[in-house]
Design a protein around this ligand. Structure first.
Ligand SMILES: [Zn+2]
Length: 459
């Protein structure tokens, strides 16, 4: 046993495994995966998917590797249960966001271990989950677990560019390979230190999207003679108004549950004040006293948003153009529809500007009064008795958008313990320079994931 410090050594499920060997296997696989450059674009996930396929073939599995497009590999591995209950999917995307080597202390595709951390792009987002899931499948097979459900590992391409060649493609073209009752993927399961409390957020909801354009028209003319219907000026006003406004607050069950759970453990005064952010009349005051990064996060969850991001107008200094255009990135709070946000944008920008919808997906909301959510909470408690699991909502999106289309209940749970010392926050590592995962925290995550999956699938 190489894991005397885990705090759950009485747990029989944990004790059934040779952790020295399992941790070594997982860490080596994790390093190999980080060393495969799967920067998206272009992705090249096939190289990483092949590495995983080899891993599973060598251990007696029959993996399926499917390319959605050249180089865009998706890997599915299934461990059969007795079929009394529907499957559970463990999923991770294999692509990573670009890394600019200059800003890094250690090479982003080196997977070097220094100061107790594995450094590299994908260390927390999310080759750690890919390695853990692969090894959990192996451990379940080896331990002869009496599974009531199939456990499916789906390692997918293209999440960082919107999932078109990954989870979406899989769900649209090969739904039978991933059809399941539940899935575990990103984002959640890591340690969030806030005040004296250690939380473990588990994602249950994410915002929807409404990407669109604002277009102002006017009479074209000579720049020497200003006109009151100048398209550039009309658009600029609309963009400025939209960029400054805080759209109306929309209470939603998952956000209320998350804030209430956070606040409950904080007590007086922090928790008492935090809870007031749920009350639209008091929220502006509460947001004002938060540090900027925290404020942005909470504000994004309480309302729909529409952020102007691209501007386009004119081509010559002395010509007033007839059209000016802006793109905006709109996000829908849980429970909101695209029409709700369009109405809100219309109220801000007025009638002078056209609004065009380019792409939209509804928010994702997964029920969390379920046996799996309970099982995850219990497993977190076994792995860290001081930890507080809480439902978590993110302003961004994940592969949950695709998997939930099949009716799968998808939770963000890719466990990783982050030390309190150094105050390293997951949200800073994620997509940041010097992305890294604590080696001990990764091993902790592996044991927790194994415990949670085995307990749940044997019950
Ligand atoms: Zn990710």
């Amino acid at each position: 046993m190489g894991s005397s410090a885990i705090g759950n050594s009485e747990n029989v499920i944990i004790r059934s495994v040779d952790w020295t060997a399992a941790e070594k296997e997982a860490l080596e696989l994790f390093q190999s995966l980080v060393r495969v450059d799967t920067t998206n674009p272009p992705g090249n996930e096939t190289a990483a998917a092949e590495l995983l396929a080899d891993f599973h073939r060598a251990r007696g599995f029959a993996p399926t590797l499917l390319e959605s497009a050249p180089g865009r590999g998706n890997l599915i591995v299934r461990l059969k249960g007795d079929g009394t209950k529907p499957p559970l999917v463990l999923t991770a995307h294999l692509d990573v966001v670009p890394a600019e080597g200059d800003g890094w202390k250690h090479p982003p595709f080196g997977a070097e271990i220094h100061d107790g951390y594995l450094w590299g792009r994908g260390a927390v987002d999310m080759k750690n989950m890919a390695a853990m899931s692969a090894v959990v499948l192996h451990l379940l097979k080896e331990s002869g677990a009496a599974l009531k459900r199939d456990v499916i590992f789906a390692a997918v391409a293209d999440e960082e560019a919107g999932s078109r060649w990954g989870a979406k493609w899989l769900v649209d073209h090969h739904p039978e390979l991933v059809r399941a009752e539940y899935a575990l993927g990103e984002i959640g399961g890591w340690t969030l230190h806030f005040g004296k409390v250690t939380y473990y957020p588990i994602q249950v909801a994410e915002k929807g999207t409404l990407w669109g354009k604002l277009r102002a028209k006017g009479t074209p003319g000579h720049g020497s003679m200003p006109r009151e219907d100048n398209a550039v000026v009309r658009l600029a006003k609309a963009v400025s108004d939209l960029g400054r406004v805080r759209l109306p607050q929309h209470p939603s069950a998952p956000v209320e549950a998350m804030v209430s759970a956070l606040a409950k453990e904080q007590g007086f005064p922090v928790g008492t004040v935090l809870k007031q952010v749920l009350r639209p009349a008091l929220a502006p005051q509460v947001l004002k006293v938060m540090p900027a990064s925290v404020r942005r996060g909470f504000a994004a969850l309480l309302s729909n948003t529409a952020t102007p991001t691209v501007l386009r107008a004119g081509s010559k200094t002395n010509v007033i153009p007839g059209v000016a255009e802006a793109e905006f990135d709109g996000r829908l709070a849980p429970g909101q529809t695209k029409d709700d946000l369009l109405r809100e944008i219309r109220e801000v920008v007025g009638r002078d500007v056209e609004i065009e919808v380019v792409d939209t997906t509804p928010p994702v909301e997964v029920p969390y009064e379920t046996e799996l959510f309970d099982a995850l909470q219990a497993a977190v408690k076994r792995a860290d008795p001081t930890g507080v699991p809480i439902p978590y909502v993110i302003p961004g999106f994940t592969d949950a958008r695709a998997f939930t289309k099949l009716g799968i209940k998808y939770y963000g749970f890719a466990p990783l313990q982050l030390p309190r010392e150094g105050n390293l926050a997951f949200t800073d590592l994620y997509h940041g320079n010097d992305e890294r995962a604590p080696v001990e925290g990764f091993k902790w995550g592996l044991r927790l994931l194994f415990d949670a999956v085995k307990t749940f699938c044997e019950t």
